[in-house]
Write a protein that binds this ligand. Structure first.
Ligand SMILES: Cc1cc2nc3c(=O)[nH]c(=O)nc-3n(C[C@H](O)[C@H](O)[C@H](O)COP(=O)(O)O)c2cc1C
Length: 300
């Protein structure tokens, strides 16, 4: 039998499959449907320092081969997560990745401080949220803004830190390198692509915020290209994602250089799709006589 086990920044995953942030809550609903203990890891819904109600109006819109979402980071806040969900997730025996968003550097730092005092495996820093204090600019778009936020968070954060990049970045490779230089332990990419849909009858955008985030198979070839570029430009490990819905997709991301593969929109197509993908990767490795998943990482 081939080994599916993977090391990421010193953390051992029993297999490379992780449920992506915002598509699995904190895992409780999926646990009622399938055995989530078989997963390599779980990335929590994006937390913010304080609870957020999220956006008004339509939140999900189906596109050809994908979805657009405008959830607006609805979440109970870091403190409520620690009180209600953290122990439960830690008890699953999967790698516990806590995703943290923020609207100012101060909010990020305060959230990181609260999380410093608890047990978790990896802090996934989502730098793709609108930075209200910098006039709506995203931390994850401008390399130098990203550098500043990662530097400050690295100085505070006691946990392993994977920075989640936006595909809307001005220069994805330069931005990933800046994160590495500032001490990130890993890179997660991609988040959703800024996109738009129009309601013809209403003669207005479908979403209240006009633009929303596109995910799913529609973005896969672009996400794969970005993962390939970043994985070949940094030494720290990469969690790749974007439109993975089959074991073949997952193997493509691994061959492009990803150590871990996250599944987002695929969970909405089939909640236990990640188990099919784990089984498919294992069967592929066995059939090809490949001893471990790391043997094919980055070979393309
Ligand atoms: C409904 C929805 C909510 C999301 N919420 C978050 C979030 O809170 N934090 C985050 O970092 N990414 C969030 N994402 C982005 C996903 O984690 C993932 O990066 C993206 O959807 C690409 O992967 P996919 O094509 O497999 O969905 C969300 C995606 C969707 C579809």
């Amino acid at each position: 039998m081939s080994s599916l086990s993977v090391e990421f920044a010193g953390v051992t995953f029993k297999n490379p499959l992780v449920l992506a942030s915002g598509t699995c809550g904190f895992g409780r609903e999926y646990a009622e449907i399938f055995d989530i203990k078989r997963l390599g890891g779980l990335a929590s819904k994006g937390l913010t320092l304080n609870a957020r109600a999220g956006n008004e109006g339509l939140r999900i819109w189906e596109t050809n081969s994908g979805i657009m979402n405008s959830v607006g980071l609805e979440n109970p806040g870091v403190r409520a997560f620690i009180e209600r969900d953290l122990d439960w997730v830690n008890g699953l025996g999967v790698v516990n990745i806590v995703n943290l968003g923020g609207h100012s550097i101060e909010d990020y730092i305060e959230g990181v401080r609260l999380l410093n005092s608890v047990k978790l495996d990896i802090l996934e820093l989502n730098i793709s949220c609108p930075n209200v204090k910098a006039g709506g600019m995203n931390f994850g778009v401008k390399t130098e803004l990203a550098r500043e936020v990662v530097r400050k968070i690295r100085a505070t954060c006691k946990h392993k830190l994977s920075v989640k990049l936006s595909p809307n970045a001005e220069d994805i490779v330069a931005l990933a390198r800046a994160c590495e230089e500032e001490g990130a332990d890993g890179i997660s990419l991609v988040n959703t692509f800024l996109a738009m849909a129009i309601d013809l009858e209403g003669r207005k955008p479908v979403f209240g915020n006009t633009y929303a985030g596109l995910s799913g198979p529609a973005i896969k070839p672009i996400a794969l290209r970005m993962v390939h570029q970043v994985a070949h430009s940094v030494k720290i490990p990469v969690m790749g994602m974007g439109g993975v819905v089959s074991w073949r997709d997952a193997i493509e991301f691994i061959m492009a250089g990803a150590s871990i593969v996250q599944i987002g929109t695929g969970n909405f197509i089939k909640p236990d799709i990640s188990l099919d993908i784990i089984d498919g990767i294992e069967a592929y490795l066995d059939a090809e006589g490949i001893g471990s998943v790391s043997e094919i990482r980055g070979i393309v």
